[in-house]
Design a protein around this ligand. Sequence first.
Ligand code: 5AD
Ligand code: SF4
Length: 481
Amino acid sequence: MSQTKLVSPEELARQDEYAALLHEYWIARRQEPPRAFVHTYGCQGNEADSERLRGLLARCGFGFCNSAEEADLALFNTCAVREHAEDRVFGNVGRLKGLRQTRGLRIALCGCMVQQAHVAEKLRRSFPFVDLVFGTHALHRLPELLYQMYAGGRRVFEIADTPGEIAEGLPLRRDSAFKAWLPIMYGCDNFCSYCVVPLVRGRERSRAPEVLLEEARGLVAAGYKEITLLGQNVNSYRSGDYDFPRLLRELDAIEGDFWLRFMTSHPKDCSPALLETMAAGRHIARHLHLPVQCGSDRVLAAMNRGYTQAQYLALAALAREYMPDLRMTSDIIVGFPGETYEEFRETLTLVDAVGYASLFTFLYSPREGTRAAAMPDPVPHAEKVRWFQELTALQEAKAAAGCAALPGKILRLLCETPGKRQALAGRSEGSQMVEFDGPTELIGQFVHVRVTKARGWLLDGERILQESPCPQGMGAIKHTP
Ligand code: 5AD
Ligand code: SF4
């Protein structure tokens, strides 16, 4: 891991000066403070970045709205992991061209997709109505870039790579009052051969444990019920004497009623010490997202994953030894270049053996600049789609069989949203969604629910009002609301 450099206090103060200049700019033009629409594509890391982008926009005087049609500035925080995500951004931005002409809407793009030089070049040449483009390394410089765009009256492109920097202390506008993202590290050093992330997010760098512990204490004190630690590979977190299990243990020691989650764990770095920490945790959800990507040893080696099927299965078995009630989830790529049907069937065998609670499955998508993009890829798309469907069918059957055993069981849920079939929907420690009836005031609270019905993986339940201990043994709370 490279040395973590913090963005200097002088640089952050310079950005505050630009925010102040923007306030003056609105006043001088007798202009209502503009309204921004921020749209996020991709992973939770991007969601967390968008909370900082909104914080910076608020500091510059912006208000917020929920659509580009009402907005003065549309900011798209983009993803580069698969081609499909990039196509959606180009499509959505193209549709705003008219608003740029009729209403003077300013259009800005940031994040992983535009950090790629070839994408920035395409935007520069073929999307003249895009006003501002900045990459992942320039996020904290949003006030300066906006000032250049508005006061300078010109298009602004900033995609330079400043490896190994972290900006601490940025203003933050969180999306939720009860679920919080807590990025613990940025970047990735693994260079899986299909993945563009190391090229657009730079080298691994970890945030200081004191900063993270203080932020987590603040969140718990503010009533947050779930904190999700984020990083491309949280198991390689390192800062001074702290590794990931130690960080997790100290976060778990915070008093309060909350769940701690983390993602993503790379199997090659997932240690028995981490499993032991999870098993002993008071707040740590018994859920492990451990992407396997595929089941064939030859393909795993070509992907540069650093483990074999047997090693992965041994790790999964060890995890279940520590935590018999552990729920596991995974990411899988179907149709890696050169993968044969026989090799794909090894993925099916592995999925059958592990018994995942759910899977995120992806068709392989070639990414410019990655090693896999140069590998021969002879299997036709339609054939890969058939494999994909075979995998989906297997997983659906397995998940449904797991859910069929749930009716009658009591689960502790964090009530998150209105439901589709019933008034409310909540998620269990193991990330099972259950719908149930109750007043909307329960959103953001822990509740206990008895599962009444399972249809496929759709679960319905009824709220248990009497005192009931938490069935998973994580019963920091003894009373239901
Ligand atoms: N094609 C398809 N899926 C990919 N992922 C990453 N890169 C690619 C790609 N080029 C998937 C992996 C990763 C998840 C976040 O996205 O499964 O774990
Ligand atoms: Fe991409 Fe592999 Fe890093 Fe995950 S661990 S972000 S798949 S390179």
